[in-house]
Design a protein around this ligand. Structure first.
Ligand code: MGD
Ligand code: MGD
Ligand code: MO
Length: 731
């Protein structure tokens, strides 16, 4: 490839960013350098990459990439580093790990990770294995994305794999996009493509979202704006309409569910004296009673109908109630286990092995038990649902307070993999204090992120265009092969090699003897992929291209042989397992619980705007943020309704200060009817940029978010009260 006369090669590989899409890329390479990135031009269904995949050349060659191992030379967080060798980096990290383990115990080592991208081999499980064999580490629980959905799905169905493949949307008669914006977030390759086809075929589509999202604008026949955090009330009022008008599917409920009568008593007001009428919900949600009635009737009549319950509304103070209510409505309309229907459980699936897949992320290397968290905390639930001791929202607090604050250990060292903790987790100002307190920080990174700036040592990782791996389809059932298109840039290394190098320095002999290639061959074998070389060359292996996968089909068609995975073997509208938790904020049937930092919170007098911190089209969380091509596509702004802007003297394009007691950020205002009054939207993931006074000028939403989980573990990124104020140019 280094031959000067060499021609351009086109390498077929897969994109697998943190967006939950896995799309085909055709990477043009000349003399070892990527010249352009194209996408699938083969037969349908093509797996076409979005704007981020197409911009990967700028990501790979970004000036923000970390290309060499670095050690800190300035103050923590200042961002001054010096290049060192891999040997020096490993030696230093190993000696600090040993020191902390021997002086304070392995529980004072924190391993803090996220997804990064979705390969099965070069994942966070590599360092997990090293640290587990080394004696263990403390970690966190709670899926930032959809813990509320996990809670609800697990207790209703006994599993979290509840989605049909996206091609099945074309069999629906009505699609309800509830807080779901795949035109921006993808959530499975081809999801927007199937929605576009559904629209062309005249399938009715309704969007419920405080924001007139790109999906609402592109696909929906109707947009219903709603106050954030109130969705459970609207869903429960829809149940009221169905019960009052006898529209619910009683045969389905009798045959496949338990506990509907308890829910019905609550809905009709027999339990608490409050009938959950559309009028009751109108006062809470801001959605007119007549609109709620109409949607309830439509959803009950249009079978099959897909209630695509997105995970954004679940990232609220009592997010799990929304998910439980949505599942209950899907059961009341008999839409579970049916083609064209949907279980209304978490709508982003399969990255950890949903659909008919045989594997999950990180299963590529032998699993090691982490002695520190082994058999950690269970909620008294007999079946699973065991998790480590600290919820991710509370990690900063745990670092700051330690044992004195009631946490299990005093934390001294943090190892970050694929995680931009400072930008992504709530309450960045508290996170900054926590990072200052630690004795040692290692960050495995590709970019000089806000978190990497706090590192003592940065270990540079290669990108998925610079290594080999296997990925899953998310919206559809296939495997993808990631082929190395170029050599790792600088001295960056794939995760598996970094873990191996560190294991050697720590004196752990049995990290993994196998090569990358033999591991990937084993995975392909487990996954029933017949011809490894053919798969490697083609890039995609379809599991079933011809017909959609429908979750719970067997449970519905052959219930005697295939019970649901719950203790009762049925869909649990009432859950004894939840009842056993004995927490009044986790009722055993879905209920509407009034959110903190909602419009009725007394705090709303000081901070009257409800802030939604949704995901952004041009990024994958905080990844891709600095790429010039993508910056042209969407600007980082706070979207605010003209009525709210006028009251504050804010005009479109004015710089504004968005603030609450936790922090403040400065961004341009986008005054638009696309956002409902009383609500503003500041997308997450914009790079944190503190000025000399420590005020964020980067538009990082997490300086404002609250570091407290919902009772079921949801991350309340969309339960945030703020004020917005115009600032003068000099400020
Ligand atoms: N382009 C892009 N794609 C991504 C990502 C990204 O950052 N960028 N991130 C990936 C990841 S990690 C995840 S977890 C998923 C996230 O996927 P989602 O959670 O679906 O994405 P969001 O944009 O946060 O939220 C979806 C919609 O919910 C709305 N919403 C927020 N709060 C409420 C509420 O209380 N009620 C109602 N009804 N609607 C509400 C928002 O306005 C938004 O339009 O996306 C993945 N895909
Ligand atoms: N306010 C607010 N905050 C949110 C959310 C929200 O809705 N609102 N959503 C939350 C959600 S759903 C999520 S999942 C989290 C995400 O939180 P993070 O996962 O922390 O966000 P990313 O920006 O994806 O960060 C991954 C980091 O891993 C690095 N990295 C290192 N090695 C690799 C590698 O091999 N491959 C890749 N691709 N990256 C590597 C990347 O450079 C990147 O900096 O954020 C959450 N934060
Ligand atoms: Mo996520």
């Amino acid at each position: 490839m280094n031959d000067k006369n060499s021609k351009e090669e086109i390498i077929s590989t897969m994109c697998s960013s943190h967006c939950g899409g896995t799309c085909l890329l055709r990477v043009h390479v000349r003399e070892g350098v990527i010249t352009r990135v194209e996408t699938d031009n083969g037969e349908e269904p093509q797996l076409r990459a979005c704007q981020r995949g197409r911009a990967l050349r700028q990501r790979v060659y970004s000036p923000d990439r970390v290309l060499y191992p670095l050690k800190r030379v300035g103050e923590r967080g200042e961002g001054k580093f010096e290049r060192i060798s891999w040997d020096e980096a490993f030696t230093r990290v190993a000696s600090e790990l040993k020191r902390v383990r021997d002086e304070h115990g392995p529980e004072s080592i924190l391993y803090l990770y996220m997804a990064g991208d979705l390969g099965v081999l070069h994942s966070i499980m590599t360092i997990h294995r090293v640290l587990s064999l080394f004696g263990g580490y403390s970690t966190w629980w709670g899926a930032t994305s959809f813990q509320g959905g996990i809670f609800a799905s697990y207790f209703a169905f006994g599993t979290i794999f509840c989605s049909n493949t996206r091609d099945d949307l074309l069999n629906s008669r009505l699609i309800i996009m509830w807080g779901w914006d795949p035109a921006s977030t993808q959530t499975g390759t081809n999801t927007p493509w199937y929605l576009a086809q559904a629209r062309e075929r005249g399938i009715r589509i309704v969007a419920i979202d405080p924001w007139y999202s790109d999906s609402a604008a592109s696909f929906a026949d109707e947009w219903i704006p709603i106050k954030p955090g109130t969705d459970a009330a609207m869903l429960i009022a829809m149940a009221y309409v169905m019960i009052a008008e006898n529209l619910h599917d009683r045969d389905f409920l009798d045959k496949y569910t338990v506990g509907f009568d308890r829910f019905k008593d609550y809905v009709l007001g027999k339990e608490d004296g409050i009938p959950k009428t559309p009028g009751w919900a109108e006062a809470i949600t801001g959605v007119k009673a007549s609109v709620i009635e109409k949607l309830a009737r439509e959803y009950a009549a249009a079978r099959p109908a897909a209630l695509m319950a997105g995970i954004g509304p679940g990232r609220t103070a009592f997010g799990e109630q929304y998910h439980r209510a949505a599942i209950t409505l899907a059961a009341m309309t008999g839409n579970i286990g049916k083609s064209g229907g949907d279980a209304a459980a978490r709508a982003w699936e399969s990255v950890v092995g949903g659909y008919p897949y045989g594997l999950g992320i990180g299963m590529a290397i032998p699993f090691a038990v982490n002695p520190v968290e082994d058999g950690s905390k269970s909620d008294g639930v007999p079946l699973g649902y065991i998790h480590p001791k600290i919820h991710y929202t509370r990690v900063a607090d745990a670092i700051l307070e330690g044992k004195k604050g009631g946490y299990p250990a005093d934390y001294k060292l943090a190892f970050f993999t694929n995680c931009n903790y400072l930008n992504s987790l709530p309450n960045s100002n508290k996170v900054e204090k926590a990072l200052q307190k630690l004795e040692f920080i290692v960050v495995e990174e590709q970019f000089m992120t806000a978190t990497a700036r706090y590192a003592d040592i940065i270990l540079p990782t290669s990108s998925f265009l610079e290594r080999e791996d296997i990925v899953f389809g998310v919206g559809q059932a296939y495997y993808g092969y990631q082929k190395k298109a170029i050599e790792p840039r600088g001295e960056s290394r794939p995760h598996n090699e970094i873990a191996r190098g560190l294991a050697e320095k720590l004196g752990i002999p049995d990290y993994d003897e196998e090569t990358e290639e033999s591991r990937l061959k084993t995975i392909a074998l487990i996954a029933n992929i017949p011809h490894f070389e053919h798969f490697r060359k083609k890039g995609v292996h379809w599991i079933d291209k011809k017909k959609p996968y429908v979750a719970f089909k067997k449970q519905i068609e052959e219930p005697e042989d295939y019970p649901f995975f719950t203790p009762s073997g049925k869909i649990e509208i009432y859950s004894e397992q939840i009842e056993k938790m004995n927490n009044p904020l986790l009722p055993p049937i879905p209920k509407y619980l009034e959110s903190w930092e909602g419009s009725n919170d007394p705090l709303a007098r000081k901070y009257p705007i409800q802030l939604v911190t949704k995901h952004c089209k041009r990024r994958s969380n905080a990844q891709f943020d600095t790429l010039p091509w993508l910056r042209e596509l969407v600007k980082q702004t706070i979207m605010i309704n003209p009525a709210d802007a006028e009251k504050r003297g804010i005009k479109n394009g004015d710089m504004v200060r968005v603030f609450n007691d936790r922090g403040q950020t400065v961004v341009p205002a986008e005054v638009t009817q696309r956002i409902t009054p009383g609500v503003a939207v500041l997308p997450e993931g914009s790079w944190h940029k503190p000025d000399k006074n420590g005020i964020d000028r980067g538009g990082n939403a997490n300086v404002l978010t609250r570091d407290e989980p919902s009772p079921g573990g949801s991350f309340p990124y969309n339960s945030v009260l703020v004020e917005v104020e115009k600032i003068s140019d000099e400020e």
